[in-house]
Design a protein around this ligand. Structure first.
Ligand code: SF4
Length: 959
């Protein structure tokens, strides 16, 4: 429709009512003002969404996605009522049922297996923001088979950071935008931490601070960087270690920082044949040992007045040789293999550029030191008159972590930050509370389901070593995704991308119910998409589904709906309560704790669907609370068996994770005047709403930096309930748990992994940050598949959510394959040509667009634009289905067979992170023919009965 054709709004002017809540068009959690006006029937209508200028995250900024939330709310793809499958799985044939029947059915299915074998429930959720509730629910239910989407997203970034220094990027920490003098971005797509990064980059541009962006593709943030490093995918770790090599050679290392805050001086046993070779030397009371360079004695690291040596060697009390961690670092990183010339070809980064960037980092850190005259006291009680900063800030995300070497790469990047002394100092990276939360402050994983019982602790956690593995006596995995087994010993967030394949293979066992929320596993959230559909449909020799029951909850008619047996329709994000909690992933800033709510700014019972029919949907979180009560899960019922919480709002208000600490930190206590710790306040959510949907409480100035070692921070964190006691946070440059797993593989420590795992653990679990070749390349012929292929998300879309949105579809209705100019010339491709792109696993037909601002060996496309024909209530001929495509068809959940015929999971061997970006491909021009992407599938039937071709706000379907 042309602008001139649009009918003018001639209705008499009525002021909008503004309701303040939290955006959920991506995961950034900006504050929004939702303008509401009643229609002629008195029904609330969403008219307009703008940014909330008072909100700490976005300060009024709103992106294209955020303003298009109105079309998400009125999407024709919204589900309307619970659905029960009537046809074969995958056919999209359902009947609508009432909620009573749906809940009875779900309670029976879940209750039966809880009474027999709770681990037969696999409960996995996607990019939802209620992981805190869901994890608690899974623990109370008693299944160890729970995780959220982290394992297929960016767990390496989170795990690498937490293990190394107790933080990470995004929700965990941020650049000091106001003070930094040099900023580096690694592998950041435009949707990650979206508005905060835009605001931060604007600040840097205003101050003329140099921005260096490392990414194979130069779009978005990378396009406005002062310098772009068009790195080859999977080699970021090698590039970083070459910079580290240069810094070691130049002596540009903050030695004082390393001695104060890291394990660089700790002694490591250097006694090759001993069973403790490579472990930290310690006393029986666990105090780690250092060599005092003044006395020459080996003493505990926390001895008063000790001057630890970073070099040399020492003898421990039992006569074993030991060397400081830093000595091992120097030996490793000064190796010629990290010379810029030695890594230039593999990384695609010229040697002189690596050298110059190393120099610039050193110059910014050490020549442009920042001093704040703010006295503070460290955890040892030592007084400091100033806060001294090394103004280099780094931010990184999925691009460097979604590789089979991603954990080590993320650790390498953190090591770079640490040797420059730029963690939580003025001008550097800054922790966002409740972080830092180092390994010692994190739970360990729990397994061992028993009938009708909760687990002894949280399902997910950070293993400290082999003792925390969740394996059976025969070494097989306890979890369906094999997290915390030899496949991925330090899995942390689970391996969601392996759940369906393992359940189908009944390896390590079959499951009875697969329960998923917001996880589009039969399409863009799975590797091997077609294979996954077939696994969901597969039957055994008795004609029974191999995955017997599938419950799925979503607000929209996504591709996954067709594969469910029971569909529980969720509300839109404007119709439900939600909590952005300090117990989960809050919206804190480096100088303040902050959390937020969503609340029903419109009542779902009044909002009609595309046919003008009433919807009967329920917020997933309230459904979980209801199920918890019906199943009599301990955390959800009182001692007399009565239901503890009436819905999610009640849970948010009254649930206490520990005494007087609950999901929301603000307005606690009977009068609402307590912060962090306080009794539940029945008016708490209303107080948040009155405050603009969020709460913020500032950290005292003396506690704002060096939080990992700052006594004022520790005292304040205990006062506001984000810590219970002081926590030792010594940065782990040398990560001992990795060495323990190596000792197991060497046969020196129990348990011993199966022979087939040993070499891989020896090779990849280096306790010092390391780089090794991504796995996919090992199993294939480089000459046959010479190129890398990857995806990234655009600023205007978030996963599959946006490409059904009437406004956002106009920005990205289809996706071409962006092919480097040199490859186009070699293969004879021009813009608009069609081509076949193949991997070891599959073949897709795509339309080509030439691009020169990209690594010359890497083609790429936007993620999750392609839709399956007939899904999301789009027309079967929608451009998303006919011109859009998924790269997922080329990626398998298993790697190509190795020489011994074994096929490993396509994941990081340490954390199990899905290695999406290791993909290797070839490209050939397609013969003239249909101008449609391949593969195409039989159009899905809809779980809703009307397909809407033309969506326009204000037309009858919104009424
Ligand atoms: S970045 Fe955009 S979509 Fe994401 S929360 Fe903020 S306004 Fe919403």
């Amino acid at each position: 429709m042309n602008a001139s054709d649009r009918p003018l709004d001639t209705s008499p002017h009525v002021s909008d009512e503004i309701r303040k809540t939290t955006c959920y068009m991506c995961a950034c959690r900006c504050g929004i003002n939702v303008h509401i006006r009643k229609d002629e029937n008195g029904v609330d209508k969403v008219r307009y969404i703008e940014g909330n200028r008072d909100h700490p995250i976005n300060k009024g900024v709103l992106c294209a996605k955020g303003s298009a939330g109105i079309m998400q709310h009125y999407s024709p793809a919204r589900l309307r009522k619970p659905l029960l499958r009537t046809g074969e799985r995958g056919k999209g044939e359902f009947k609508e049922i009432e909620w009573d029947e749906a809940m009875d059915l779900a309670t029976k299915w879940l209750g039966d297996i809880r009474a027999k074998d709770p681990k037969k429930l696999a409960f996995f959720t996607g990019r939802d923001q209620s992981q805190c509730l869901n994890g608690f629910w899974a623990q109370q239910y008693g299944t160890q088979n729970f995780a959220s989407h982290g394992g297929f997203c960016s767990v390496n970034m989170a795990a690498g950071g937490i293990y190394t220094f107790g933080g990470a990027f995004w929700e965990f920490g941020a650049p000091d935008w106001d003070k930094t003098e040099l900023f580096m971005l690694f592998g950041v797509a435009e949707d990650h931490d979206s508005n905060p990064i835009k605001l931060g980059l604007a600040k840097l541009k205003e101050r003329g601070v140099k921005v260096i962006a490392v990414n194979p593709v130069r779009t978005g943030y990378n396009a406005i960087a002062d310098e772009w490093v068009g790195i080859t995918p999977g080699t970021d770790g090698l590039f970083v270690l070459s910079i580290v090599h240069q810094l070691f050679k130049m002596g540009k290392i903050d030695i004082d920082y390393l001695i104060r805050y890291t394990n660089a001086p700790w002694l490591v046993i250097d006694d090759e044949d001993a069973p403790n070779h490579g472990l930290i030397a310690r006393l029986p009371d666990d105090r780690r040992l250092v060599l005092d360079r003044v006395t020459g004695k080996v003493v505990p690291f926390d001895t008063k007045g000790v001057k630890p040596a970073l070099k040399g060697s020492a003898k421990t009390a039992n006569g074993q040789n030991a060397v400081p961690v830093f000595e091992l670092m120097a030996r490793k990183y000064l190796d010629d293999k990290y010379e810029p010339e030695a890594v230039a070809k593999r990384t695609g980064v010229p040697a002189e550029q690596i050298r110059r960037i190393a120099n610039e980092l050193a110059e910014a850190a050490f020549e442009r030191e920042i001093i704040i005259d703010q006295p503070w006291v460290d955890m040892k009680g030592e007084k400091h008159s100033q806060m001294i900063g090394r103004p280099v800030a780094i931010h990184a995300m999925r691009g460097i972590s979604a590789h089979s070497n991603g954990f080590q790469t993320c650790r390498a990047l953190h090591m770079l930050q640490i040797i420059l002394g730029s963690i939580d100092c003025p001008g550097g990276y800054r922790f966002k509370p409740p972080y830092p939360k180092p390994m010692k402050a994190q739970p360990q994983p729990h397994g061992g389901s028993t009938p009708n019982s909760p687990l002894a602790g949280p399902v997910l956690g950070l293993p400290r070593g082999p003792k925390d593995l969740l394996i059976e006596k025969d070494g097989s995995a306890k979890r369906i995704d094999k997290a915390y087994s030899w496949d991925a010993p330090m899995a942390v967030h689970g391996l969601m991308h392996m759940v369906i394949a393992n359940a189908y293979a009944r390896d390590p066992y079959g499951i009875d119910v697969l329960f998923m929320y917001m996880a589009n596993m039969s399409w863009n959230s799975s590797m091997n998409t077609y294979g996954t559909m077939k696994m969901l449909e597969a039957k055994d020799e008795n004609g029974e589904y191999i995955i017997p029951k599938i419950i799925y909850s979503d607000a929209y008619n996504s591709e996954m709906v067709a594969y469910a047996d029971l569909v529980l329709p969720d509300t839109t994000y404007l119709e439900r309560h939600d909590v952005i909690s300090l117990l989960g992933r809050p919206i804190s800033e480096p100088d303040a704790i902050a959390d937020a709510v969503r609340w029903p700014v419109v009542d779902p019972a009044t909002q009609l669907d595309g046919d003008g029919k009433k919807r009967d949907v329920r917020a997933f979180q309230s459904v979980m609370i209801d199920l918890g009560g019906r199943l009599k899960l301990p955390g959800f019922v009182n001692e007399d068996g009565s239901v503890k919480f009436k819905d999610y709002a009640d849970y948010i208000t009254n649930h206490e994770r520990t005494h007087m600490v609950g999901p929301l930190s603000g307005f606690r206590g009977k009068k609402g005047d307590k912060v962090g710790r306080g009794d539940p306040n029945p008016d708490q959510i209303q107080r948040y709403i009155d405050n603009g949907g969020f709460f913020m409480h500032h950290i005292p100035l003396k506690a704002q930096y060096f939080k990992h070692a700052n006594r004022h921070w520790s005292d304040w964190a205990i006062e506001v309930g984000i810590q219970d006691q002081p926590i030792e946070n010594i940065f782990r440059l040398y990560l001992e748990p990795l060495r323990k797993f190596q000792l197991c593989a060497e046969g020196k420590l129990e348990p011993t992994p199966p022979e087939s795992h040993r070499q891989r653990i020896k090779d990849c679990f280096d306790p010092l940050p390391d780089w090794y070749e991504p796995f996919e390349g090992e199993g294939i012929d480089d000459k046959e598949y010479p190129y890398n292929a990857l995806t990234q998300r655009p600023a205007a879309m978030y996963h599959s959510w946006g490409s059904q949105n009437a406004w956002l579809r106009q920005i990205h209705g289809s996706n071409p394959m962006y092919v480097p100019g040199n490859i186009c010339e070699d293969v004879g491709l021009v813009d608009g040509d069609w081509a076949w792109v193949s991997s070891h696993h599959g073949k897709i037909k795509v339309q080509v667009k030439r691009m020169d601002a990209v690594n010359p060996n890497t083609m790429w496309t936007w993620n999750a634009i392609g839709k399956r024909s007939g899904s999301w209530n789009l027309s079967p001929d929608a451009p998303e289905a006919k011109k859009g495509f998924l790269l997922n068809h080329l990626i398998h959940e298993l790697l190509p067979p190795k020489k011994d015929g074994m096929r490993w999971s396509n994941s990081d061997p340490i954390t199990g992170q899905a290695a999406w970006f290791d993909l290797r491909v070839k490209i050939e021009k397609a013969e003239a023919g249909d101008e449609v992407t391949e593969p195409q599938f039989e159009p899905l039937k809809s779980g809703i009965d009307k397909v809407v071709d033309d969506v326009e706000y204000g037309k009858e379907w919104t009424k």
